[in-house]
Design a binder for this molecule. Structure first.
Ligand code: SF4
Ligand code: SF4
Length: 398
């Protein structure tokens, strides 16, 4: 690790760049200002952000950074720091810095951001935890794990990245099996920063609160994020089960389709459950399933640049690298690629080793060849367009 003391950043006239222009990057900007560090620009893998500015600074696409700033002190905001370090070193930069020293004791609340303060606090905490864990590589630490508790959704978005538009007879996952799966998974890993409970629409599963409560009770899980499209208001018992400082309720706001949004927010507020409501945005065309016949190099590229490749997803007793891979497997929309998941239901010691290899060392998964990919900067599409029919796809025997 290079010297990460904030005071070493920007010395001798070295330009200072913040890598990542989202909430954590914005917090770093404020922390730099408080520490007397002048930031020269932001940089981001999402080239679409080049149209915007942050605090009157430009956001340089990563591909242009070396041309603009051949040398720089680069402060990394991303939780997935290993990916960014690899990227920067390939670009020829050695003066990179984690954001931990700057943000560890920094009070984010007095400053302005594009997102609500609670959300910023949540992402900063995640970045700190993830970047700290980078220095303890023997631990099996996961930043983010999706727990899919139902295939059912109260909406049918034709471009759903989780592929709900393809389920002909969607079902809820069995609660008892899911609780066993949580216990088993948490007995193998060392820490999960954030477990995200979702479907489909999580509350299509009437037992959602039982599963959420189990996650709240597991100390290794630091945060439980519940996703909802605000069509269903959880009942009293369900709300009570979610009353915990570990819970963050995330509402994706689809405008008039999120018909119970106001009522849901009222209930969340009266139960003192922290929530964020954010419009559906930044959708790209990643809900299609077909074989692309990419070369191995192309597979590595599509995986390497994918923004959800580390949104690990639990479906049953299997851990997948991303929601697309998990749902494509469940739908039989891809062949049974054995290397695309780890079955963690075994009780032998090799499971942890297998998970470490899977989490840290995959260069791509075979399912990527059936996916359009989710590269930052891909053209955006209109989110939440509904389809009345279940979409068709080619099925493979498993
Ligand atoms: S609301 Fe739309 S995007 Fe969200 S899970 Fe349901 S179908 Fe998918
Ligand atoms: S490109 Fe690969 S890792 Fe990314 S969403 Fe598609 S299947 Fe998952």
């Amino acid at each position: 690790m290079p010297d990460s003391k904030p005071l070493a950043i920007g010395q001798n006239g070295m330009p200072v760049i913040i890598f990542g222009a989202a909430s954590v990057g914005q917090a770093i900007f404020h922390a730099c200002r408080e520490a007397g560090i002048t930031v020269d620009a932001f940089c981001d893998n999402n080239a679409n952000l080049a149209r915007e500015r942050r605090f009157d600074l430009e956001i340089i696409p990563a591909r242009d950074l070396k041309r603009r700033f051949p040398e720089a002190d680069i402060i990394i905001s991303c939780a997935d720091i290993a990916d960014v370090v690899r990227q920067l070193e390939e670009m020829g930069y050695s003066r990179w810095h984690p954001c931990t020293e700057l943000l560890r004791n920094f009070d984010i609340y007095p400053y302005s951001y594009l997102k609500p303060h609670d959300f910023v606090a949540h992402t900063v905490a995640a970045a700190l935890l993830c970047q700290d864990s980078y220095t303890t590589p023997d631990k099996l630490f996961l930043r983010c794990v999706d727990l899919m508790i139902t295939e059912k959704c109260s909406m049918k978005c034709k471009d759903c990245a989780n592929l709900m538009q393809y389920y002909e007879n969607p079902v809820n996952d069995d609660t008892a099996e899911m609780l066993r799966s949580i216990d088993r998974f948490c007995s193998v890993v060392d820490e999960v920063n954030e477990m995200r409970v979702l479907g489909g629409e999580a509350f299509m599963n009437k037992d959602a609160h039982i599963i959420i409560k189990r996650l709240i009770d597991v100390p290794k899980v630091k945060k439980v994020v519940v996703y909802s499209n605000a069509t269903i208001v959880p009942n009293k018992e369900q709300m009570a089960a979610m009353r915990s400082s570990k819970v963050l309720f995330f509402i994706t706001d689809y405008g008039s389709l999120s018909r119970n949004r106001d009522r849901l927010i009222k209930e969340l507020e009266s139960n003192q459950i922290t929530y964020i409501s954010s419009p559906a945005s930044n959708w790209t065309d990643c809900g299609q399933i077909y074989e692309h016949h990419r070369t191995e190099e192309e597979q590595k590229h599509i995986f390497g640049t994918c923004c959800v490749k580390n949104i690990f997803t639990i479906a049953g007793n299997l851990l997948f690298h991303c929601p697309f891979s998990a749902n494509a497997y469940r739908l039989h929309a891809v062949p049974d690629f054995k290397g695309d998941y780890v079955d963690f239901s075994r009780s032998d010691i090799s499971v942890k080793h297998e998970l470490v290899q899977f989490v840290r060392h995959k260069e791509y998964i075979d399912s990527c060849d059936f996916c359009n990919g989710r590269t930052h900067g891909n053209p955006e599409i209109v989110p939440g367009i509904q389809t009345l029919v279940t979409l068709k796809y080619e099925k493979y025997a498993h």
